[in-house]
Design a protein around this ligand. Structure first.
Ligand code: HEC
Ligand code: HEC
Length: 247
């Protein structure tokens, strides 16, 4: 069902939702200014996040892996849920009342985790489609004002610190769902929302080609976000240092 943004509840999902319900309690049980005597650790407090964001694995289409994504990217997403730019009610509910320094700490925690990725599942796509995806990712399409994805996401597609995520290791359906969300404005970033602009220029066939190619790339377990882009970003992106970007 490529058109439905969220899966229908299944028993596994209900268990996830139940785990999540306990979370605000757990998160806030750490009085922000509490004395250090509290026995719990950040890792313990954040364990329920793993009900949906499994530490290993590419996760599935709807529950993204957060481990190892750049810190600034994760932080921006927590703000996006809190401020209504991204919509998954459970996420908004969990992070809605947390102070920004704590959100920063949560982002740092997950950014520093690097559990291994399992091998990529096989992708069904024609050779022609994969080639079209490769060209869009590596070169873009200047005539349609589509910049190459690598210009921002890094030549290795492992992301660029601090706030641009990597694109390998993401499930195909997750990528498709995110593009669908940008197109229908269910997912937004701080202005200027460069990905919304790019998503608007891609046809459905472009998105399918790009997601098919990306999801078929092997993951380099040792890859980490680049420190800076090789060249100035082709567009400005809100919440991202502009690295000398074109306006
Ligand atoms: C009930 C399941 C559930 C739980 C529990 C949960 N999340 Fe999420 N989270 C999601 C879903 C679903 C998405 C993707 C929503 C979307 O597509 O916009 C998401 C997205 C995210 C993202 C953005 C990921 C990305 O790659 O863009 C971050 C960051 C995040 N969650 C952090 C957390 C943290 C931190 C916790 C624990 C405090 C947590 N989540 C607990 C379901 C959950
Ligand atoms: C001008 C810079 C720029 C270009 C070019 C660009 N991106 Fe992005 N992309 C970003 C930024 C910044 C984010 C983080 C947005 C946010 O904070 O929500 C992002 C996020 C994403 C995500 C979300 C990843 C996740 O874990 O949820 C996907 C998927 C993505 N981009 C795919 C692409 C593809 C495919 C292309 C090429 C067709 C592309 N991007 C081109 C800057 C760019």
């Amino acid at each position: 069902m490529p058109n439905s943004r969220y899966p229908l509840p299944t028993p596994a999902m209900s268990a996830r939702l139940l785990a999540a319900l306990a979370l605000p309690l757990l998160l806030s049980s750490r009085a922000w200014s509490a004395p250090a005597a509290a026995p719990d650790t950040l890792a313990q407090r954040l364990a329920p996040c793993l009900a949906c964001h499994q530490p290993q694995g590419r996760n599935d289409a709807f529950f993204p892996r957060i481990a190892g994504k750049p810190e600034g990217y994760l932080y921006n997403q927590l703000l996006n849920f809190r401020d209504g730019r991204r919509q998954f009610p459970m996420m908004t509910y969990m992070v809605g009342n947390l102070p920004e320094p704590y959100l920063r700490e949560i982002a740092q925690f997950f950014a520093s985790q690097h559990p291994p990725y399992p091998p990529a599942p096989p992708v069904t796509a024609t050779a022609q489609m994969l080639e079209r995806g490769r060209v869009l990712v590596r070169q873009g399409d200047a005539a349609r004002r589509i910049p190459a994805c690598v210009a921002c996401h890094g030549q290795q597609l492992a992301g660029v610190a601090p706030a641009i995520p990597g694109l390998v290791g993401l499930p195909r359906d997750y990528i498709n769902a995110q593009f669908g969300a940008w197109k229908n404005k269910a997912r937004r970033a701080q202005a200027p929302d460069c990905m919304a602009g790019i998503a608007a220029r891609l046809t459905e066939a472009d998105v399918a080609a790009v997601s098919g190619w990306l999801a078929s790339q092997p993951v380099d377990q040792a890859a980490r976000p680049a420190a800076a882009p090789d060249t100035p970003l082709p567009m400005r992106c809100g919440g991202v240092p502009d690295h000398g970007a074109a306006p």
